[in-house]
Design a protein around this ligand. Structure first.
Ligand code: SF4
Ligand code: SF4
Length: 587
């Protein structure tokens, strides 16, 4: 049995530019006359024989394009994978199993096979047990899982006793696949009598007659969830249902997804917003492994235990440490407060944009602090940021804008042909150690901006913004497209750089845990989306959260072990206690 896997990123392998298969020339096994590394017959890039490879580590270190990864597998993984995409490519070693009457979560970083695992469970991808050239029959696949819950599940799937419905991750592809209105799409997929109820629960009525191509990302997400729910199924699978939604919508969707379970119905969810995942699920599988190389699904855990193990980077039952450091949350009272020196202030600003009217009360930002911005979609957050950045002018009110601003927009430039190294020139020169290295961007420097994934482009855009010569930095939705680990890493880096450079950073985001982790103070937007918005604050964390949570009608406590914020079950002892004391946010 092989002890290691070799991964080759074909996009990065350029044999004609490295001196004609430099890796093969250096490989000690090749030097003995055996072809451990050779030219692939079809795609003409390098291929590595994983059985012959001794794991000496020469080729991954010497390939000038970092195209090779050689990974020694843990002892326990000396077995065939459940699925492999092809030669020298990603391997998945186990599967999660849906459980009836439960919402089960899948938690893990990007690139370790969460979506692959969900697609196999959904029957959209037939596992090949590592034999991509000669895929096994379904009976052999069932036999592979003998004695496990997965065997029972696959048998039911084969007998057609299970019907699945799947909400894909990439909702932005829907307008490319369907032309017509929201109502037409939902009527086409509807197999139930629940259309009216689903439309109401997911707040779709305002845009039912709008063309699919014209609706926003958040609306598209809710339509995709509705389309999945309108299929008659007994297993519902949701891949990242929280993306593009604001906090209010996320909580609403989480409640709704939670209500789908019945004795004969199971729900599985992949989600990176930990507060929402925690709220929505009762059990979860942690996924770990190495990005773009291999992935393993842990045994089933309670949601609390699963999230805490994930943050700790250690799975107790499996005795596996999959991250060398734990992720820790500080209590608010333990945080260091920045200076009290005013950087920018405003008073009674007003701005009309079409039918939308934005107003502010009086407020000011201090030097060396991070301000979180809370509010629904379409309530003026981005417009306020644009006012501060001088990109638009107020109609009335006072704004002291003697301040240099750097701005990362919500929607990122995806079409540019520029190389990452050109775009990040300033950051490479000045903040290599603070930004480029900790975010692992060195590997991306020779790629074009248009070739980056959503998560890669997000990191590059944040670094570009933070490397500007400015005093006030405005980051609009920096957590979008990032996995939970990247979110927490980026917030750590943002905090560190704010402190070191004594700059002020404002962050608009919908991930409440991300904002809780990052912010020193909060501003809160209230009003009616697309009509009016009122900005209040900045407030202390406690005060700002209390105002915001009152509007959401939820209370937050802290987990005793990890100190992460958790939503209280409505009506629970904690929930009632906190409401009575008017401390909806437990700092
Ligand atoms: Fe050259 Fe690297 Fe490709 Fe090997 S993997 S052929 S060293 S570019
Ligand atoms: Fe050859 Fe394996 Fe060493 Fe690479 S790691 S040079 S493939 S023996």
């Amino acid at each position: 049995m092989k002890k290691r896997i070799a991964i080759i990123d074909r996009d990065k392998c350029h044999p004609e530019e490295c001196g004609n298969f430099l890796c093969a020339k250096l490989c000690p096994v090749n030097r003995t006359g055996t072809d451990c590394i050779a030219e692939h017959e079809i795609h003409k890039k390098a291929k590595i024989d994983e059985v012959l490879c001794t794991g000496c580590g020469i080729c991954p270190n010497r390939c000038p394009f970092q195209a090779i990864q050689i990974i020694n597998l843990p002892e326990a993984l000396n077995k065939e994978p459940v699925h492999r995409y092809g030669e020298n490519s990603f391997e998945l070693f186990s599967l999660p199993t849906p459980l009836f009457n439960q919402v089960t979560g899948i938690l893990g970083k990007n690139g370790i096979g969460k979506t692959t695992a969900l697609k196999i469970v959904a029957g959209l991808l037939e596992p090949n047990l590592g034999n991509w050239e000669n895929a096994p029959k379904f009976k052999e696949i069932i036999a592979h899982f003998k004695g496990t819950e997965t065997q029972k599940f696959l048998e039911k799937l084969e007998k057609k006793e299970i019907k699945l419905s799947y909400k894909p991750q990439q909702v932005d592809l829907i307008p490319k696949q369907f032309k017509g209105t929201v109502k037409e799409l939902l009527s086409k997929v509807n197999e139930t009598d629940n259309l009216t109820e689903v439309v109401q629960q997911l707040n779709l009525s305002n845009f039912l007659d709008t063309e699919i191509s014209k609706i926003s990302g958040g609306e598209l997400q809710r339509v995709a969830i509705a389309a999945a729910v309108l299929k008659k199924a007994n297993i519902y699978l949701f891949d990242e249902p929280g993306s593009y939604l604001d906090i209010k919508q996320r909580i609403n969707v989480a409640k709704y997804i939670g209500s789908l379970t019945k004795e004969d119905t199971a729900v599985m969810v992949i989600e990176h917003d930990l507060i929402i995942l925690d709220y929505m699920t009762t059990l979860l599988n942690v996924m770990y492994g190495q990005e773009a190389a291999y992935g393993i699904v842990s045994g089933l855990k309670s949601t609390r235990e699963g999230i805490n193990s994930f943050l700790e980077g250690y799975l107790k039952e499996e005795n596996i440490r999959f991250r060398s450091y734990p992720i820790k949350f500080e209590k608010v009272q333990d945080r260091q407060v920045g200076s009290k020196q005013t950087l920018v202030s405003w008073k009674n600003l007003q701005k009309k944009l079409g039918n939308f009217h934005l107003k502010t009360e009086e407020g000011e930002l201090h030097k060396n602090e991070i301000i979180g911005i809370l509010g629904e979609n379409g309530i003026g957050k981005t417009s306020f940021i644009k006012l501060l950045a001088g990109l638009i002018k107020q109609d009335s009110g006072e704004l002291d804008e003697e301040v240099k601003v750097a701005y990362k927009p919500q929607y990122l430039e995806t079409e540019s042909d520029h190389l990452v190294m050109e775009f990040l020139q300033g950051a490479i020169k000045k903040y290599n150690q603070q930004l480029i290295e900790p975010l692992n961007l060195t590997n991306l420097l020779t790629k074009r901006l248009s070739e980056l994934s959503g998560g890669e482009l997000q990191k590059v855009s944040i670094v570009h913004c933070l490397s500007q010569d400015a005093e006030l930095f405005l980051l609009d939705e920096p957590s979008a497209y990032l996995d939970v680990e990247q979110r927490l890493l980026i917030s750590k880096i943002i905090k560190k750089i704010a402190n070191e450079r004594e700059i002020t950073i404002m962050v608009v985001d919908h991930d409440l845990m991300f904002l809780d982790y990052l912010s020193d103070r909060l501003v809160v937007f209230t009003g009616e989306p697309a009509k009016s918005g009122l900005l209040k604050g900045p407030f202390s964390m406690e005060e700002g959260m209390n105002i915001f949570l009152k509007d959401l009608n939820i209370t937050l406590r802290r987990d005793l072990t990890s100190h992460r914020p958790r939503i209280n079950k409505p009506g629970s002892v904690k929930d009632r206690e906190q409401r009575n004391n008017n401390t909806l946010y437990y700092s």
